[in-house]
Design a protein. Structure first.
Length: 412
């Protein structure tokens, strides 16, 4: 008879639990509520003890002073003299009791008034001490919140590598800081994966586009090619070039959404001059005059990206201009502690409600949404992303008579 095979034993349970173990007495956890309760309860207890002690001392002193009648009896006729109640010295014997009662009432009232004034002074001093001590203790208790706030501000500037790493008791603030650190870790992984995907995708898209451009240029270089084939090749080459610009624009837009890590001094005046030089031939062909004064305005940033800001703005100002007597004005200067680049131009009338749409990817004015060879619709989106990455902002205003005024402000 065959032996019955042994049943496989169950795998051992893992001894490590990723969840945090619960304390044996959760109600003894040093929470913020318990700490604040103990703190302010102790403060009130100490203040009450001090106040009772001071009132006791003041009352004892007042009673001692209030009952300090000074009488001296002399002579066979029982002459009574007093330094605190002079009226009894020359009073007849029948009026001594009434005068003594009146003097005693006056002395008690004086003692009570003195007690009240000293108690008010003591209360005022205790109030000042209590407020100062409470302010110091509140700052000490809320110090972790300041650390969390500073880290959140750093993260708001796209510095996802920052962590709070709060130490101390396991209370609500530490739990909040740990949760915030976990969220930052997940966000950093997501942004890193996004950047990696954009880099890989752009590389994969660049390769076939470069191959297509090479093949088209080779065919166009053949002098024996038919005219129809050359015309088709030129059209395909223009379409391929537009696709390459789109890929480059998307890559630059994705990279510029993050904060600039390596910063160097860059003069906006020099950047604007280079942008004007690159667009000068195109502006001359369209009959657009470029003017303006570029004053020195040095910022800390990436020169290539800042040059892209000026180039995109000047190119848009030239391309979206009037057919005749058009002009573009490019100025740089320092205003209110900020480096400012202003690009103004003549052009078609832009409705105010269309201004915000201009900064969205692939959005143009209604007259330029289709069939336009002036760009791929990413210029202003790239400008806004680069400005934000440098801690600045861009604003646009319609000009009277047509055109726009683009203003880029960057911190110095």
């Amino acid at each position: 008879m065959a032996a019955t095979p042994a049943l496989p034993t169950a795998p051992p349970k893992p001894t490590w639990d990723p969840r945090k173990p619960e304390p044996p007495f959760p109600w003894l956890r040093p929470t913020i509520r318990i700490r604040l309760t103990l703190l302010y309860g102790g403060m009130f207890l100490i203040a009450g003890i001090l106040l009772l002690s001071i009132i006791y001392l003041l009352a004892a002193q007042a009673l001692h002073e209030g009952s300090g009648q000074s009488f001296s009896v002399s002579g066979a006729n029982l002459d009574i003299t007093s330094s605190t109640c002079p009226a009894v010295n020359s009073a007849p014997t029948s009026e001594i009791n009434a005068i003594l009662k009146q003097c005693d009432a006056v002395q008690r009232q004086h003692a009570l008034d003195d007690l009240l004034s000293r108690s008010l002074l003591a209360l005022l001093g205790l109030a000042v001490i209590a407020f100062a001590f409470g302010y110091a203790m509140a700052g000490r208790v809320l110090a972790p919140l300041g650390r969390i706030t500073r880290t959140a501000r750093a993260v708001a500037g796209s510095d996802l590598s920052r962590r709070i790493e709060l130490d101390g008791p396991d209370d609500e603030l530490k739990e909040l800081a740990d949760t915030f650190d976990d969220m930052l870790e997940r966000l950093q992984r997501a942004f890193t994966a996004q950047q990696r995907f954009v880099g890989n995708a752009s590389h994969e898209l660049r390769t076939p586009l470069a191959i297509n451009r090479t093949l088209l240029e080779v065919h166009l270089s053949d002098p024996n090619a038919p005219v129809e084939l050359q015309q088709l090749g030129k059209t395909l080459l223009a379409t391929n070039e537009r696709s390459e610009q789109l890929v480059e624009g998307l890559l630059l837009l994705a990279r510029s959404d993050n904060q600039i890590v390596e910063r160097k001094p860059v003069d906006l005046a020099e950047v604007a001059e280079q942008a004007v030089d690159q667009v000068y031939s195109e502006a001359e062909a369209k009959g657009v005059v470029i003017r303006g004064e570029q004053k020195t305005a040095v910022v800390q940033g990436n020169g290539v990206l800042l040059e892209r800001i000026a180039l995109n703005l000047v190119q848009n100002a030239v391309r979206y201009n009037v057919p005749e007597d058009g002009w573009v004005e490019v100025t740089t200067e320092v205003q209110h502690g900020q480096a400012v680049l202003v690009v103004s131009n003549t052009g078609p009338v832009v409705p105010a409600y269309e201004i915000d749409n201009l900064f969205e990817p692939f959005r143009r004015l209604r007259t330029e949404r289709t069939g336009s060879d002036k760009g791929v619709g990413l210029g202003l989106s790239i400008v806004r992303s680069v400005a934000r990455a440098h801690g600045g902002h861009i604003s646009a205003q319609p000009r009277e008579g047509g055109g726009l005024v683009m203003r880029v402000a960057l911190p110095i």
